[in-house]
Design a protein around this ligand. Structure first.
Ligand code: C2O
Ligand code: CU
Ligand code: CU
Length: 503
């Protein structure tokens, strides 16, 4: 394997390659009025403000193929080939990539609640990896976390009964110390779970037509087309930030749709970037958070998504025929996707007034409280409760079926009034939680935090209160993980393990 995967630059040069590309005009119309903002410090340093603006959207949005599996002996089998390849993101340049059943990202996996499934992953890479079902409620040995390693040339199957509400999950590698690189290279994809309720809703549900997967990532390209991955202390601290947006692996994407209701399933699959999404010019109706519908749709101005968070938003385009709208990121000011409303409506859809019923929050049943402090204690020392991830250590043992409060804090660095630090988030495997409060206040819980969730954003100094209950599977030997989903932080060790055990 002499094939070069990334261009590793010395400290502080990450924006340079792409800038050269823009200057030579190789990215077509990508160069916009804001132009590039090459920062001498590297994109990671400047956080969100280094995205090149796009004003000419000239590539049709790639819609990942949908895979529905094949019934064999009462089990629905899904077969995957994790492979190396090349993708032409930029005209005339081949970027070395990883992909699943293709050269970048993978298919959308369609699951149905109640079905026995087997997800069969064949690793044809030159290196070991894992494949984790993010948001999936599965036994620990089927989780695809750091312990279920798939050696090169071997196969690993996650076999389980789909046992959760309709939602939008995703899959990605979880290899210790390698997750950021494997995801960056292109490993990942969406999982759509249906249940009887979701299938009976009049919501838009024609895949790729009015129900659109949007995997949003940021990347930087070197002049030879390879991804730039600036693996220095700055990147570890701030997380990787690219200067070019990809949606489903498409640069400068447009999507042609009906003048109808349009459902967008947004997944922030970026290593570290936080977005603030909105479809500008129309009402955005939020219908789902990470692991469930909201009980009722809610109008939102925009939605802040940290890495691995998902939402479903429905926009009404019935009166905007022959117009162009944009999905924008209000955080960076960049346009993300051009939506061309140029087809007549083919079906009638609607948002039902009641989307689902969630379990009532009852804090009186809480049996235990745990605290998690996410903290930077020196360069590259990213810890939870002052510990670095150790795959041989179980940090928390949880009793099945018990309600717990998890209080998670992003402890600032420095002293006194100066709150310095960085955004983190907190992801818990195996199930979902409810966000009860942010900084002790119920009112600070955001609209997209009111459904079931598995990942929650933590600004500098912030604290969230989560109601947790693990039900179903117990295993005192095999742990699940919790961690910051900024992949460079996770890889640096901002992660811990828990088991779910019989009472
Ligand atoms: Cu999305 Cu532990 O992962
Ligand atoms: Cu996960
Ligand atoms: Cu973090």
């Amino acid at each position: 394997m002499t094939r070069r995967k990334f261009l590793y630059y010395a400290a502080g040069l990450s924006a340079v390659g792409a800038t050269a590309l823009y200057a030579r005009g190789m990215m077509g119309g990508v160069m916009g009025e804001r132009g590039m903002e090459p920062s001498g410090m590297g994109a990671g340093m400047m956080g969100s403000n280094t995205l090149g603006a796009v004003n000419n959207f000239f590539n049709p949005l790639h819609i990942p193929p949908e895979i529905k599996g094949e019934l064999r002996g009462g089990v629905r089998h899904y077969d995957f080939d994790i492979q190396e390849g090349y993708r032409e993101f930029i005209r005339g340049l081949n970027t070395p990539t990883y992909g699943i059943n293709g050269n970048y990202l993978g298919p959308t996996i369609r699951l149905k609640q109640g079905e026995e499934v087997s997800l069969n992953w064949q690793n044809n890479l030159g290196e070991a990896t894992t494949m984790h079902g993010h948001g999936m409620h599965v036994p620990a040995i089927m989780d695809g976390g750091v312990h279920q390693i798939i050696e090169p040339g071997t196969k690993w199957s996650a076999r389980y009964k789909v046992n959760q509400k309709a939602c939008t999950n995703w899959y990605h590698p979880h290899m210790m110390g390698k997750t950021a690189e494997h995801v960056l290279m292109g490993l990942g994809g969406m999982i759509f779970i249906d249940d009887d309720e979701s299938l009976n809703h009049p919501l838009p549900k024609r895949y790729g037509v009015d129900d659109i997967p949007l995997v949003i990532q940021d990347r930087s390209f070197a002049s030879d087309g390879s991804f730039i991955y600036n693996k220095n202390m700055m990147t570890v601290m701030h997380g990787y930030h690219g200067d070019t947006l990809l949606v489903n692996g498409t640069v400068a994407p447009y999507l042609e749709v009906e003048a109808n209701l349009l459902r967008l399933r947004l997944l922030n699959a970026s290593n570290a970037r936080v977005y603030n999404f909105a479809v500008a010019g129309v009402k955005n109706r939020l219908i789902a958070s990470d692991n469930s519908f909201l009980e009722r749709a809610e109008s939102v101005g925009s939605v802040v998504l940290s890495p691995a968070e998902r939402v479903e938003v429905v926009v009404d385009l019935r009166r905007v025929f022959a117009k162009k709208l944009y999905l924008v990121d209000r955080e960076s000011g960049a346009k993300v996707l051009e939506i061309r409303v140029n087809k007549r409506a083919q079906v009638r859809s609607a948002i039902p007034s009641k989307l689902t019923t969630l379990e009532t929050i009852n804090l009186r049943k809480v049996a235990k409280k745990r605290r998690f402090v996410l903290e930077t204690r020196g360069p590259g020392r990213l810890l939870i409760n002052r510990k670095r991830m150790d795959p041989k250590r179980v940090d928390e043992r949880i009793k099945v079926g018990e309600y717990e409060i998890w209080e998670v804090k992003n402890a600032p660095m420095g002293m006194g009034m100066m709150k310095m630090g960085m955004t983190h988030n907190f992801h818990m495997h195996a199930g979902h939680f409810r966000v009860i409060a942010r900084d002790g206040s119920k009112r600070k819980v955001l609209p997209w935090e009111r459904g079931y969730k598995d990942t929650v954003r933590l600004g500098v100094g912030e604290r969230v209160t989560l109601l947790v209950k693990h039900s179903g599977y117990t295993d005192s030997q095999n742990p699940y993980m919790y961690h910051c989903h900024i992949l460079e932080h996770e890889d640096a060790g901002m992660m811990g393990q828990f088991t779910v055990e019989d009472g």
